[in-house]
Structure formats: structure tokens, C-alpha cells
Design a protein around this ligand. Structure first.
Ligand code: HEC
Ligand code: HEC
Length: 345
């Protein structure tokens, strides 16, 4: 025995046993965690969102309420368009899920746009704006809408500013919030602030993610499981179930060949980068409030969720889904409708 003193020997033995005990406890806790089912048992009040590829929408955002109010006025202001008839809300109606429910939007002088209008709800959480992600911010997006020949048709910011300056209430409101009054930056700032207020938390699915196991039914849970197991979630994920990456439409099938009549808008992200790998790539759209925003896809080609899911299965996953699974996935998607200002959308 190397220990001259028996007492020191015993001391080291106890120390080693103690150390082994600590290691075992840590291992056991970790082992138990990995053994827990993905969806925790119904007694659990734990926030299960931590283990899921989808996160709930933040319940409360800190926003400048006065700017939100001014932005609301501007969002509903048809005088921001050259024929005084079209406001942001014409194509993004808050009573119809933040869209116009048309295949393609209609702008000034009844011009048909090239692409389907996405919802403005939750657009503040998108990683980029527009189907092709050509701008980064809501401010830059608002500028494009107002100065677009098709949508709102204003020739310049000067034209917009001079128009608003004719109204004393706008002069008053702007001066109250911004020292320099009505400017292009301030108009964009107020509109963007209003758009950030258009978030829709507390859907039944979010309540489930936040630990309320009874917020969705067994069938809806099953629909969610299929949504994950088929791999929809590899593209539709995160807080918005979309809005955080680009993906090619027609990854495993020739969607555009089958549909025919390819337009410039169909080229998607390619129009921004000129890179051939980006041909037909689009920002993966959010599936929040999806039952309210038909028709679907950038070309508005799918009238119902059932059609959209069949197209997704065929061209994004290269397979055909049994009708029962489509029905279950639709049931899950129905749980994604949230609340705006405390009321269901
Ligand atoms: C004439 C219809 C029309 C008008 C008016 C209009 N939009 Fe849009 N909006 C669209 C269309 C269509 C798109 C998609 C265009 C694209 O991706 O190329 C879009 C895209 C957007 C997006 C991007 C959403 C996303 O998920 O990428 C936001 C945000 C938005 N609009 C807000 C506004 C605001 C703010 C105004 C007013 C200043 C406005 N829009 C005016 C039709 C319209
Ligand atoms: C490889 C990525 C990918 C996968 C996998 C995928 N999607 Fe999509 N999804 C997209 C893209 C990209 C779009 C936009 C296509 C377009 O309009 O150009 C889209 C659009 C949609 C839309 C229409 C949204 C709207 O507002 O127009 C729905 C609904 C949808 N997907 C559901 C699903 C379901 C359900 C599954 C699984 C069966 C699925 N997706 C699988 C990438 C994907």
C-alpha cells in the first residue's frame, strides 16, 4: 500500500466514491431527459416548445404605441397612391387574414400584379421581405410598395410628402412624434412600426407549445406528428413555420414544367441574385393563420389547403400522401390561427 497512514488511504477511498456518485447522478439525469417522449405527458406544465422545431409567437412586444397608431392611419390611407384609391389595406385587408384573397393583386388603375399578395400579419418576423426576399426590412418594403408603378404608383417621395402636407392632421401627428415632421424616413418608420404590431400570438397550437396539453385535440396532435414525420417541418419551421429560408419550388418534381407558362415572377430569387441555383427559389411562406389566406403559392394556383398540400407532397417531398394524412395535416394547420389585439383572427 502506497499510503503510509491507513487514515489517509480511507480518506482517498471516500473521496473517489463520492466523485463516482456525483458522476452517476449527472449521467442519470441526462439519461432520463433523453428518455422523455417528444410530447410530454398531459400532467406536464413544462414549456415543451424547447424541444420542438416550432416556437410560439411572443405574447407581448414592446412597441411605440403612438407610432403604431400613425402607421395604422398611413396603412389605410388611399392618398398614398397616385389615383387616391389604393391603400396598403386594399391588398392586405386585416379582416381577411392580411391578404386580398385574390390570385393576383389589383393595383392602381385596376392593374393586375404579377404575384399573389402574402399576408402582412407577422411579417415583422420574416428574415427578408417579398417572395424573392429582395429587401431586408419592412421600411424598404413599404418604399417599394408606394413607389411601385403597379401597386401604388407614386413617382417620388416628394410627391407623397407634398400630398400628406396638405392635411393638417398629418402635419400635427408627425410633428408630435418626429422633430423633422413629414419625411420619407418617418413615413416608413411609422408604417413599419404598425406592421410590427400585426403579430398573432396565442393560437391553440402556441398554447399547446406553452404547456397546455389540452389546447389541441389528439387528431390535431397526430396531424402535427405527420407534418414532422413527412418532413414539411424541414422547410416550415421556427416561429412562423416559414419566413426564415429560401427553398426551390419543385425540388423533387418539375412544378413549372407541369404548370406551364413560366413568367418572370416564377424565377423567384433568381431575379435578385442572377444565380442559376436560385431559379424558382422562394422564401418559404409562413403557415401561421394559413386557413385564412387562400389562394396559395406565389402564383395563387392552389385554391384550397388540400390542393396546396398535395402539390407540396408531390414537388417538395416527391411522394403522394394518403387522404387520411392530408386531412390530419389540415386539422393541425387549423390550430395555427392566432389572435390580433386579443381577439381571434
Ligand atoms: C396592389 C396591391 C398591394 C398594395 C397596394 C400593397 N401591397 Fe404589399 N404586397 C403585395 C404583393 C403582390 C406582394 C408580394 C410581392 C412580391 O413578393 O414580389 C406584397 C408584399 C408585401 C409584404 C411582404 C410580405 C412577405 O411575407 O414577404 C409586406 C410586408 C407588404 N406587402 C406590406 C405592404 C405595405 C406596408 C403597403 C402599403 C405601403 C403595401 N404592402 C401595399 C400587394 C400589395
Ligand atoms: C423543401 C421545402 C419544403 C417542404 C419540404 C415543404 N414546403 Fe411547403 N412551401 C415551400 C415553399 C418554397 C413554398 C412557396 C412556394 C411558392 O409559392 O412559390 C411553400 C408553400 C406552402 C404552402 C402555401 C403557403 C402560402 O401562403 O401560399 C403551404 C400550405 C405549404 N407549403 C404546406 C406544406 C406542407 C403541408 C408540407 C408537407 C407535406 C410542405 N409544405 C413541405 C417549401 C417547402
Amino acid at each position: 500500500m502506497i499510503f503510509k497512514n491507513k487514515l489517509i488511504g480511507q480518506f482517498y477511498l471516500i473521496l473517489i466514491l463520492f466523485f463516482c456518485g456525483v458522476v452517476f447522478i449527472f449521467w442519470w439525469q441526462d439519461f432520463r431527459r433523453t428518455q422523455q417522449p417528444l410530447i410530454a405527458p398531459s400532467e406536464s406544465k413544462e414549456n415543451i416548445a424547447l424541444n420542438e422545431p416550432i416556437q410560439p409567437i411572443t405574447l407581448q412586444l414592446e412597441l411605440n404605441e403612438s407610432k403604431v397608431k400613425l402607421g395604422d392611419k398611413l396603412f389605410h390611407e388611399p392618398r398614398l397612391s397616385s389615383d387616391n384609391k389604393v391603400s396598403c389595406a386594399s391588398c392586405h385587408n386585416l379582416n381577411t387574414g392580411g391578404t386580398d384573397r385574390l390570385v393576383r393583386s389589383i393595383g392602381i388603375q385596376k392593374q393586375l400584379d404579377f404575384i399573389n399578395s402574402p399576408t402582412v400579419f407577422n411579417s415583422g418576423f420574416n428574415f427578408k421581405q417579398f417572395w424573392d426576399g429582395r429587401v431586408e426590412t419592412l421600411e424598404a418594403q413599404a418604399e417599394q410598395a408606394i413607389l411601385s408603378g403597379r401597386l401604388m404608383g407614386k413617382k417620388s417621395w416628394l410627391e407623397v410628402i407634398n400630398k400628406l402636407k396638405q392635411f393638417s392632421k398629418y402635419n400635427f401627428w408627425f410633428r408630435q412624434l418626429y422633430p423633422d415632421g413629414i419625411t420619407s424616413d418617418n413615413i416608413k418608420d411609422a408604417i413599419a412600426m404598425f406592421e410590427r404590431s400585426l403579430y398573432t400570438p396565442n393560437s391553440r397550437f402556441d398554447q399547446f407549445l406553452n404547456g397546455n396539453q389540452n389546447a389541441i385535440t389528439e387528431e390535431e396532435k397526430e396531424g402535427y406528428r405527420r407534418f414532422k414525420s413527412y418532413g414539411c417541418v424541414s422547410c416550415h419551421q421556427g416561429m412562423l413555420l416559414g419566413g426564415n429560408m429560401f427553398q426551390t419550388f419543385g425540388l423533387l418534381g418539375d412544378y413549372f414544367g407541369d404548370r406551364g407558362k413560366v413568367t418572370k415572377a416564377d424565377l423567384g430569387r433568381f431575379n435578385v441574385t442572377g444565380d442559376k441555383h436560385d431559379r424558382y427559389a422562394f422564401k418559404v411562406p409562413s403557415l401561421r393563420n394559413i386557413v385564412l389566406t387562400s389562394p396559395y403559392f406565389h402564383d395563387g394556383s392552389a385554391e384550397t389547403l388540400e390542393e396546396a398540400i398535395k402539390v407540396m407532397a408531390k414537388y417538395q417531398l416527391g411522394r403522394q400522401l394518403p387522404q387520411t394524412d392530408i386531412t390530419l395535416i389540415i386539422k393541425f394547420l387549423r390550430t395555427l390561427t392566432g389572435e390580433y389585439q386579443g381577439k381571434p383572427l
